[in-house]
Design a protein around this ligand. Structure first.
Ligand code: GAL
Length: 415
Protein backbone atom coordinates (compact mmCIF):
# COMPACT_ATOMS: atom_id res chain seq x y z
CA UNK A 1 0.00 0.00 0.00
CA UNK A 2 1.31 3.47 -0.89
CA UNK A 3 2.20 5.90 1.84
CA UNK A 4 -0.51 8.26 0.59
CA UNK A 5 -3.20 5.57 0.90
CA UNK A 6 -1.93 4.66 4.34
CA UNK A 7 -2.11 8.28 5.47
CA UNK A 8 -5.60 8.70 4.08
CA UNK A 9 -6.65 5.47 5.78
CA UNK A 10 -5.15 6.61 9.07
CA UNK A 11 -6.77 9.99 8.87
CA UNK A 12 -10.21 8.47 8.14
CA UNK A 13 -9.75 6.13 11.10
CA UNK A 14 -8.68 8.93 13.41
CA UNK A 15 -11.52 11.21 12.38
CA UNK A 16 -13.95 8.33 12.83
CA UNK A 17 -12.44 7.73 16.21
CA UNK A 18 -12.73 11.40 17.11
CA UNK A 19 -16.38 11.58 16.17
CA UNK A 20 -17.30 8.35 17.91
CA UNK A 21 -15.16 8.88 21.00
CA UNK A 22 -17.58 9.61 23.82
CA UNK A 23 -16.69 12.63 25.87
CA UNK A 24 -17.45 12.22 29.56
CA UNK A 25 -20.31 14.64 30.26
CA UNK A 26 -19.49 17.45 32.67
CA UNK A 27 -21.46 20.41 33.95
CA UNK A 28 -20.92 23.29 36.26
CA UNK A 29 -24.33 24.41 37.46
CA UNK A 30 -25.12 27.87 38.81
CA UNK A 31 -28.35 27.96 40.84
CA UNK A 32 -29.83 29.49 44.00
CA UNK A 33 -31.42 26.43 45.52
CA UNK A 34 -29.84 26.42 48.95
CA UNK A 35 -32.70 26.09 51.47
CA UNK A 36 -33.49 22.62 52.90
CA UNK A 37 -36.31 21.87 50.46
CA UNK A 38 -34.49 23.40 47.48
CA UNK A 39 -31.28 21.49 48.19
CA UNK A 40 -33.23 18.23 48.49
CA UNK A 41 -34.80 18.92 45.10
CA UNK A 42 -31.57 19.83 43.31
CA UNK A 43 -29.98 16.66 44.68
CA UNK A 44 -32.50 14.69 42.59
CA UNK A 45 -30.97 16.25 39.48
CA UNK A 46 -27.38 15.78 40.67
CA UNK A 47 -28.03 12.09 41.38
CA UNK A 48 -29.70 11.47 38.04
CA UNK A 49 -26.88 13.22 36.21
CA UNK A 50 -24.32 11.08 38.04
CA UNK A 51 -26.32 7.90 37.37
CA UNK A 52 -26.03 8.73 33.68
CA UNK A 53 -22.26 9.02 33.80
CA UNK A 54 -21.99 12.77 34.32
CA UNK A 55 -19.77 14.80 36.64
CA UNK A 56 -21.48 17.74 38.34
CA UNK A 57 -19.69 20.74 39.78
CA UNK A 58 -22.06 22.66 41.99
CA UNK A 59 -22.15 26.45 42.07
CA UNK A 60 -24.89 27.38 44.53
CA UNK A 61 -25.33 31.08 45.26
CA UNK A 62 -27.51 31.62 48.33
CA UNK A 63 -30.28 34.20 48.18
CA UNK A 64 -33.96 33.48 47.55
CA UNK A 65 -35.34 34.78 44.29
CA UNK A 66 -31.91 34.58 42.67
CA UNK A 67 -30.69 38.18 42.70
CA UNK A 68 -27.27 37.26 44.12
CA UNK A 69 -27.01 34.35 41.69
CA UNK A 70 -27.60 36.69 38.76
CA UNK A 71 -24.88 39.05 40.00
CA UNK A 72 -22.50 36.10 40.23
CA UNK A 73 -23.46 35.04 36.71
CA UNK A 74 -22.71 38.46 35.24
CA UNK A 75 -19.29 38.45 36.89
CA UNK A 76 -18.48 35.01 35.47
CA UNK A 77 -19.61 35.92 31.97
CA UNK A 78 -17.70 39.22 32.04
CA UNK A 79 -14.63 37.26 33.14
CA UNK A 80 -15.00 35.09 30.03
CA UNK A 81 -15.71 32.02 32.14
CA UNK A 82 -19.44 31.28 31.96
CA UNK A 83 -20.78 28.29 33.91
CA UNK A 84 -22.08 25.55 31.62
CA UNK A 85 -25.64 25.50 32.97
CA UNK A 86 -27.49 28.34 34.67
CA UNK A 87 -30.84 28.68 36.43
CA UNK A 88 -32.65 31.52 34.65
CA UNK A 89 -36.13 33.02 34.45
CA UNK A 90 -38.55 34.08 31.69
CA UNK A 91 -37.52 37.29 29.96
CA UNK A 92 -33.92 37.05 31.20
CA UNK A 93 -33.50 34.00 28.94
CA UNK A 94 -34.14 36.31 26.00
CA UNK A 95 -31.81 38.96 27.40
CA UNK A 96 -28.92 36.47 27.55
CA UNK A 97 -29.77 35.22 24.07
CA UNK A 98 -29.53 38.78 22.79
CA UNK A 99 -26.02 38.90 24.27
CA UNK A 100 -25.23 35.82 22.14
CA UNK A 101 -24.52 33.78 25.29
CA UNK A 102 -26.80 30.75 24.95
CA UNK A 103 -26.28 27.39 23.23
CA UNK A 104 -28.73 26.06 20.68
CA UNK A 105 -30.53 23.02 22.11
CA UNK A 106 -32.50 22.10 18.99
CA UNK A 107 -30.73 18.78 18.47
CA UNK A 108 -31.84 17.43 21.89
CA UNK A 109 -35.24 19.09 21.52
CA UNK A 110 -35.86 17.25 18.27
CA UNK A 111 -34.58 13.92 19.50
CA UNK A 112 -36.73 14.15 22.64
CA UNK A 113 -39.82 15.60 20.94
CA UNK A 114 -40.08 18.62 23.25
CA UNK A 115 -42.63 20.31 21.01
CA UNK A 116 -45.04 17.46 21.73
CA UNK A 117 -44.27 17.22 25.45
CA UNK A 118 -44.28 20.87 26.55
CA UNK A 119 -47.36 23.11 26.61
CA UNK A 120 -47.10 25.85 23.95
CA UNK A 121 -47.04 28.66 26.51
CA UNK A 122 -44.08 27.07 28.31
CA UNK A 123 -42.25 26.08 25.11
CA UNK A 124 -42.44 29.71 23.95
CA UNK A 125 -40.57 30.99 27.01
CA UNK A 126 -37.73 28.56 26.26
CA UNK A 127 -37.24 29.38 22.60
CA UNK A 128 -35.02 32.13 21.28
CA UNK A 129 -35.94 33.19 17.76
CA UNK A 130 -37.94 29.98 17.42
CA UNK A 131 -35.15 27.66 18.58
CA UNK A 132 -34.92 25.98 22.02
CA UNK A 133 -32.28 27.81 24.05
CA UNK A 134 -33.31 26.66 27.56
CA UNK A 135 -35.34 24.00 29.34
CA UNK A 136 -38.17 24.18 31.89
CA UNK A 137 -37.84 22.40 35.20
CA UNK A 138 -41.24 23.03 36.72
CA UNK A 139 -44.17 25.36 37.25
CA UNK A 140 -44.34 27.11 40.60
CA UNK A 141 -47.50 28.90 41.62
CA UNK A 142 -46.79 32.20 43.37
CA UNK A 143 -50.24 33.20 44.69
CA UNK A 144 -50.40 30.78 47.60
CA UNK A 145 -51.16 31.25 51.25
CA UNK A 146 -49.89 28.73 53.82
CA UNK A 147 -51.43 28.36 57.24
CA UNK A 148 -50.48 26.57 60.47
CA UNK A 149 -53.35 24.09 60.91
CA UNK A 150 -53.42 23.97 64.71
CA UNK A 151 -53.02 27.72 65.24
CA UNK A 152 -55.89 28.39 62.86
CA UNK A 153 -58.04 25.74 64.54
CA UNK A 154 -57.25 27.27 67.93
CA UNK A 155 -58.35 30.69 66.66
CA UNK A 156 -61.34 29.15 64.84
CA UNK A 157 -60.18 30.61 61.53
CA UNK A 158 -60.61 29.12 58.05
CA UNK A 159 -58.28 29.91 55.17
CA UNK A 160 -59.51 33.36 54.04
CA UNK A 161 -61.15 33.74 50.65
CA UNK A 162 -61.18 37.55 50.50
CA UNK A 163 -58.67 40.16 51.66
CA UNK A 164 -61.28 41.52 54.07
CA UNK A 165 -61.54 38.05 55.61
CA UNK A 166 -57.76 37.86 55.78
CA UNK A 167 -57.61 41.20 57.62
CA UNK A 168 -60.30 40.10 60.09
CA UNK A 169 -58.47 36.82 60.72
CA UNK A 170 -55.18 38.65 61.18
CA UNK A 171 -56.71 41.15 63.62
CA UNK A 172 -58.13 38.28 65.65
CA UNK A 173 -54.78 36.43 65.70
CA UNK A 174 -53.00 39.62 66.73
CA UNK A 175 -55.40 40.13 69.60
CA UNK A 176 -54.56 36.57 70.73
CA UNK A 177 -50.85 37.43 70.73
CA UNK A 178 -50.12 35.37 67.59
CA UNK A 179 -48.07 36.85 64.72
CA UNK A 180 -50.50 36.73 61.80
CA UNK A 181 -47.98 36.81 58.93
CA UNK A 182 -44.57 35.16 58.76
CA UNK A 183 -42.56 37.31 56.39
CA UNK A 184 -38.96 37.96 55.52
CA UNK A 185 -38.02 41.56 54.86
CA UNK A 186 -36.17 41.31 51.55
CA UNK A 187 -37.24 43.24 48.47
CA UNK A 188 -38.16 40.14 46.44
CA UNK A 189 -40.33 38.86 49.30
CA UNK A 190 -42.16 42.21 49.52
CA UNK A 191 -42.64 41.97 45.74
CA UNK A 192 -44.05 38.45 46.17
CA UNK A 193 -46.73 39.84 48.52
CA UNK A 194 -47.40 42.64 46.05
CA UNK A 195 -47.98 40.13 43.20
CA UNK A 196 -50.78 38.40 45.09
CA UNK A 197 -52.29 41.55 46.59
CA UNK A 198 -52.38 43.28 43.22
CA UNK A 199 -54.05 40.31 41.55
CA UNK A 200 -56.55 39.93 44.39
CA UNK A 201 -57.44 43.61 44.81
CA UNK A 202 -57.24 44.64 41.14
CA UNK A 203 -58.32 41.46 39.34
CA UNK A 204 -56.96 39.68 36.29
CA UNK A 205 -57.34 42.49 33.72
CA UNK A 206 -55.78 45.03 36.06
CA UNK A 207 -52.84 42.71 36.71
CA UNK A 208 -52.27 42.32 32.97
CA UNK A 209 -52.42 46.06 32.33
CA UNK A 210 -50.27 47.09 35.28
CA UNK A 211 -47.70 44.30 35.64
CA UNK A 212 -47.38 42.86 32.14
CA UNK A 213 -48.08 45.85 29.91
CA UNK A 214 -46.80 48.43 32.42
CA UNK A 215 -49.68 50.66 31.39
CA UNK A 216 -49.11 54.03 33.05
CA UNK A 217 -52.81 54.71 33.61
CA UNK A 218 -53.23 51.41 35.45
CA UNK A 219 -50.03 51.98 37.40
CA UNK A 220 -51.22 55.40 38.52
CA UNK A 221 -54.86 54.47 39.16
CA UNK A 222 -57.06 54.54 42.27
CA UNK A 223 -56.99 50.74 42.17
CA UNK A 224 -53.23 50.88 42.68
CA UNK A 225 -53.80 53.10 45.72
CA UNK A 226 -56.04 50.35 47.13
CA UNK A 227 -53.33 47.76 46.43
CA UNK A 228 -50.84 49.79 48.48
CA UNK A 229 -53.48 50.19 51.22
CA UNK A 230 -53.65 46.41 51.55
CA UNK A 231 -49.84 46.21 51.52
CA UNK A 232 -49.82 48.64 54.45
CA UNK A 233 -52.30 46.39 56.26
CA UNK A 234 -49.99 43.40 55.73
CA UNK A 235 -47.07 45.41 57.12
CA UNK A 236 -49.02 45.70 60.35
CA UNK A 237 -49.31 41.90 60.59
CA UNK A 238 -45.63 40.97 60.52
CA UNK A 239 -43.45 40.66 63.62
CA UNK A 240 -40.81 43.24 64.62
CA UNK A 241 -37.84 41.13 63.53
CA UNK A 242 -38.82 40.50 59.92
CA UNK A 243 -36.19 42.70 58.32
CA UNK A 244 -33.66 40.72 56.26
CA UNK A 245 -35.11 37.34 57.26
CA UNK A 246 -34.81 34.57 54.64
CA UNK A 247 -38.06 33.24 53.18
CA UNK A 248 -37.48 29.70 54.46
CA UNK A 249 -37.15 31.01 58.02
CA UNK A 250 -40.54 32.65 57.60
CA UNK A 251 -41.87 29.26 56.44
CA UNK A 252 -40.31 27.71 59.54
CA UNK A 253 -42.24 30.23 61.67
CA UNK A 254 -45.49 28.85 60.24
CA UNK A 255 -44.22 25.30 60.67
CA UNK A 256 -43.28 25.88 64.32
CA UNK A 257 -46.40 27.79 65.28
CA UNK A 258 -44.65 31.17 65.56
CA UNK A 259 -46.82 32.68 62.82
CA UNK A 260 -50.21 31.73 61.43
CA UNK A 261 -49.77 32.46 57.70
CA UNK A 262 -47.16 32.95 55.03
CA UNK A 263 -47.87 34.31 51.56
CA UNK A 264 -45.26 32.70 49.35
CA UNK A 265 -44.90 30.58 46.20
CA UNK A 266 -45.06 26.82 46.54
CA UNK A 267 -41.31 26.42 47.06
CA UNK A 268 -42.54 26.94 50.66
CA UNK A 269 -44.25 23.56 50.29
CA UNK A 270 -40.82 22.11 49.50
CA UNK A 271 -39.78 23.23 53.00
CA UNK A 272 -42.81 21.63 54.64
CA UNK A 273 -42.21 18.41 52.70
CA UNK A 274 -38.53 18.35 53.60
CA UNK A 275 -39.48 18.69 57.27
CA UNK A 276 -41.88 15.73 56.98
CA UNK A 277 -45.03 17.89 57.29
CA UNK A 278 -48.19 17.09 55.35
CA UNK A 279 -50.91 19.40 54.04
CA UNK A 280 -54.29 19.10 55.72
CA UNK A 281 -52.58 17.83 58.82
CA UNK A 282 -49.78 20.16 59.81
CA UNK A 283 -50.40 22.98 57.41
CA UNK A 284 -53.07 24.26 55.03
CA UNK A 285 -52.73 25.68 51.54
CA UNK A 286 -55.08 27.96 49.65
CA UNK A 287 -54.65 30.36 46.74
CA UNK A 288 -54.48 33.96 47.92
CA UNK A 289 -57.84 35.78 47.69
CA UNK A 290 -58.98 36.69 44.16
CA UNK A 291 -58.96 34.74 40.91
CA UNK A 292 -56.24 33.84 38.44
CA UNK A 293 -52.97 31.95 38.69
CA UNK A 294 -49.51 33.49 38.86
CA UNK A 295 -46.93 31.20 37.34
CA UNK A 296 -43.20 31.11 37.89
CA UNK A 297 -41.26 28.65 35.75
CA UNK A 298 -37.71 27.68 36.72
CA UNK A 299 -35.49 27.09 33.72
CA UNK A 300 -31.95 26.16 32.88
CA UNK A 301 -30.05 27.66 29.99
CA UNK A 302 -26.81 26.24 28.66
CA UNK A 303 -24.17 28.90 28.15
CA UNK A 304 -21.81 28.72 25.17
CA UNK A 305 -18.67 26.96 26.33
CA UNK A 306 -15.81 25.12 24.65
CA UNK A 307 -14.92 21.49 25.14
CA UNK A 308 -16.58 18.24 24.07
CA UNK A 309 -17.10 17.17 27.68
CA UNK A 310 -18.90 20.38 28.58
CA UNK A 311 -21.08 20.23 25.52
CA UNK A 312 -21.90 16.58 26.14
CA UNK A 313 -22.79 17.54 29.71
CA UNK A 314 -25.14 20.28 28.52
CA UNK A 315 -26.97 17.93 26.18
CA UNK A 316 -27.31 15.24 28.82
CA UNK A 317 -28.54 17.69 31.45
CA UNK A 318 -31.10 19.23 29.09
CA UNK A 319 -32.39 15.78 28.13
CA UNK A 320 -32.71 14.61 31.75
CA UNK A 321 -34.45 17.80 32.91
CA UNK A 322 -37.35 17.38 30.50
CA UNK A 323 -37.49 13.62 31.14
CA UNK A 324 -40.52 12.20 32.96
CA UNK A 325 -38.56 10.57 35.77
CA UNK A 326 -36.84 13.79 36.75
CA UNK A 327 -39.95 15.96 36.37
CA UNK A 328 -41.79 13.76 38.84
CA UNK A 329 -39.07 13.21 41.43
CA UNK A 330 -37.80 16.79 41.42
CA UNK A 331 -41.20 18.43 41.68
CA UNK A 332 -42.34 16.16 44.50
CA UNK A 333 -39.48 17.66 46.51
CA UNK A 334 -39.64 21.20 45.21
CA UNK A 335 -43.34 21.90 45.84
CA UNK A 336 -43.94 22.77 42.19
CA UNK A 337 -45.67 20.76 39.45
CA UNK A 338 -44.08 19.24 36.34
CA UNK A 339 -43.72 21.44 33.27
CA UNK A 340 -44.10 18.36 31.09
CA UNK A 341 -47.64 17.54 29.96
CA UNK A 342 -49.30 14.29 30.95
CA UNK A 343 -47.08 13.57 33.97
CA UNK A 344 -48.87 11.30 36.45
CA UNK A 345 -49.73 13.33 39.56
CA UNK A 346 -51.03 10.49 41.74
CA UNK A 347 -48.06 10.74 44.11
CA UNK A 348 -48.51 14.51 44.51
CA UNK A 349 -50.39 16.06 47.43
CA UNK A 350 -53.66 17.96 47.12
CA UNK A 351 -51.97 21.39 46.98
CA UNK A 352 -50.03 20.32 43.87
CA UNK A 353 -53.07 18.73 42.30
CA UNK A 354 -55.02 21.92 42.98
CA UNK A 355 -52.22 23.90 41.35
CA UNK A 356 -52.33 21.70 38.27
CA UNK A 357 -56.13 21.91 38.05
CA UNK A 358 -56.22 25.68 38.54
CA UNK A 359 -53.48 26.13 35.97
CA UNK A 360 -55.52 24.26 33.35
CA UNK A 361 -58.65 26.26 34.19
CA UNK A 362 -56.87 29.60 34.18
CA UNK A 363 -55.08 28.76 30.95
CA UNK A 364 -58.47 28.09 29.34
CA UNK A 365 -60.11 31.27 30.65
CA UNK A 366 -57.25 33.71 30.11
CA UNK A 367 -56.28 34.18 33.76
CA UNK A 368 -52.93 32.36 33.66
CA UNK A 369 -50.53 35.20 34.41
CA UNK A 370 -46.73 35.59 34.66
CA UNK A 371 -45.42 36.49 38.10
CA UNK A 372 -43.94 39.95 38.16
CA UNK A 373 -42.03 39.33 41.39
CA UNK A 374 -40.28 36.26 39.97
CA UNK A 375 -39.10 37.83 36.76
CA UNK A 376 -41.67 36.24 34.48
CA UNK A 377 -43.61 39.33 33.43
CA UNK A 378 -41.18 42.07 32.44
CA UNK A 379 -37.50 42.61 31.84
CA UNK A 380 -35.06 43.15 34.67
CA UNK A 381 -34.83 46.92 34.43
CA UNK A 382 -38.58 47.31 34.97
CA UNK A 383 -38.97 44.67 37.65
CA UNK A 384 -36.09 46.26 39.54
CA UNK A 385 -37.69 49.71 39.35
CA UNK A 386 -41.12 48.47 40.52
CA UNK A 387 -39.65 46.32 43.29
CA UNK A 388 -37.75 49.33 44.66
CA UNK A 389 -40.99 51.28 45.04
CA UNK A 390 -42.85 48.35 46.58
CA UNK A 391 -40.16 47.69 49.14
CA UNK A 392 -39.69 51.39 49.94
CA UNK A 393 -43.38 51.69 50.63
CA UNK A 394 -43.44 48.53 52.77
CA UNK A 395 -40.52 49.71 54.86
CA UNK A 396 -41.50 53.36 55.38
CA UNK A 397 -44.51 55.44 56.24
CA UNK A 398 -45.15 56.88 52.81
CA UNK A 399 -48.81 56.99 51.82
CA UNK A 400 -50.44 54.78 49.22
CA UNK A 401 -50.96 57.82 46.99
CA UNK A 402 -47.25 58.73 47.18
CA UNK A 403 -46.24 55.15 46.40
CA UNK A 404 -48.57 55.08 43.41
CA UNK A 405 -47.01 58.29 42.05
CA UNK A 406 -43.53 56.89 42.65
CA UNK A 407 -44.46 53.73 40.76
CA UNK A 408 -45.43 55.66 37.65
CA UNK A 409 -42.26 57.74 37.83
CA UNK A 410 -40.07 54.67 38.29
CA UNK A 411 -41.50 52.90 35.26
CA UNK A 412 -41.23 56.07 33.14
CA UNK A 413 -37.58 56.48 34.17
CA UNK A 414 -36.76 52.86 33.38
CA UNK A 415 -38.14 53.16 29.82
C1 GAL B 1 -37.85 31.61 43.00
C2 GAL B 1 -37.57 30.30 42.31
C3 GAL B 1 -37.94 29.16 43.17
C4 GAL B 1 -37.37 29.32 44.56
C5 GAL B 1 -37.52 30.74 45.10
C6 GAL B 1 -36.82 31.00 46.42
O1 GAL B 1 -37.50 32.68 42.19
O2 GAL B 1 -38.34 30.24 41.14
O3 GAL B 1 -37.51 27.95 42.57
O4 GAL B 1 -36.06 28.95 44.51
O5 GAL B 1 -37.08 31.69 44.19
O6 GAL B 1 -35.46 30.81 46.33
Amino acid sequence: MSLKKLLIGASIASSLFASTAIAEPKVEVLHWWTSGGEAAAVKVLMDEFAANGGTWTDMPVAGGGGEAAMTALRARVLGGNAPTAVQLKGPSIQEWHEEGALSDLSEVAKAEGWDKILPDAIAKIHKCDGVYCSVPVNVHRVDWMWGNASLLAKADIKMPTTWAEFNDAADKLKSMGITPLGHGGQPWQDATLFDSVLLGVGGVEFYKKAMVELDLDALGSDTMVKVFDQMRKLRGYVDDNFSGRDWNLATAMVMNGEAAFQIMGDWAKGEFTNAGKTPGNDYLCAPTPGGGYLYNVDSFAMFKVDGDENQAGQKLLAKLIVGEKFQTAFNLSKGSIPARMGTDLSDFDYCSRRSSYDMAVSSANGSLLPSFAHGMAVRGVFSGAVTDVVTNHFNSDISSAEATKALVAAVKNAE
